[in-house]
Design a protein around this ligand. Structure first.
Ligand SMILES: [Zn+2]
Length: 250
């Protein structure tokens, strides 16, 4: 469906420049096509739910925030992250890829046993835009199946890789929202490698109903793992209790 929209844009851009534009007609065509494609690319990451149901934060009547971890589960870091969370007495949501979960279903079960939630982060972590309906469906449904196999019950939250989505993905998801986030400390290069700055950013930005995006499953994310205790304690000092996403939406 995204391809159809993109093709429509190209056709529109092609016919838009008037004949009297003369020799400027071609540069105008190319410029408009490029502009249209950039606009689509931007739209795919848009914060607002312009293309389908999107969750950035949740309206809550309690002082709670959702801690969410993307990617994995990886054998090297699942246990350390679970230990850190257990030490702080906190539960979270892990958006895992079907591929990694299928390789290590025991890690998925360990996450559930810790009282945490599992979510769907696609099968292969490809960008889910400009893809066929069949590919998108397979990415979502095969991951749902592995999640069910490791013991997930109830609704499965879905987060698209890189937060990117267009009409095609939403057609597959239906009413199920794309779960994004409103606090993303690692997106700022100057604080991503500094645990103290990372925690301070989260604590400062989080409000009741916030969804915090973190990555802690790869070697490169040591700063995030180091920041976890300070994030949890800082949020609590602010009166905000970190919970799994499902407790925000229920
Ligand atoms: Zn991811």
């Amino acid at each position: 469906m995204d391809v159809v929209v993109a093709a429509g844009l190209v056709v529109l851009a092609w016919w838009a420049p008037p004949r009297r534009a003369g020799r400027w007609r071609w540069p105008m065509r190319i410029g408009l096509v490029l502009l249209g494609l950039v606009a689509l690319w931007k739209l795919a990451s848009a914060r607002a739910g312009l293309v389908g149901p999107t969750l950035l934060r949740v309206d809550v009547d309690r002082p709670v925030v959702a801690l969410t971890f993307d990617d994995g589960p990886t054998p090297a870091y699942t246990k350390p992250v679970l230990d850190l969370l257990e030490a702080e007495g906190v539960r979270a949501t892990f958006f895992v890829t079907g591929q990694e979960l299928a390789g290590h279903p025991e890690l998925g079960r360990a996450i559930l046993e810790g009282g945490h939630e599992l979510g769907n982060h696609s099968w292969s972590h490809g960008r889910m835009i400009f893809r066929s309906a069949a590919w998108l469906t397979e990415e979502v449904e095969s991951t749902d199946r592995v999640l069910r196999d490791v013991g997930v019950t109830g609704p499965i939250p879905f987060r698209p890789p890189y937060g990117k989505r267009l009409w095609g993905l939403h057609a597959v998801l239906g009413e199920r929202p794309a779960v994004l986030w409103d606090v993303e400390p690692e997106s700022f290069a100057d604080i991503a490698s500094d645990p103290e700055a990372l925690a301070a950013h989260v604590v400062e930005r989080a409000q009741p109903g916030s969804i915090v995006l973190l990555h802690a499953m790869y070697a490169s994310r040591q700063a995030t793992r180091d920041a976890l205790p300070a994030i949890v304690r800082g949020l609590r000092r602010k009166g905000l209790e970190p919970v799994p996403l499902g407790e925000l939406t229920r």
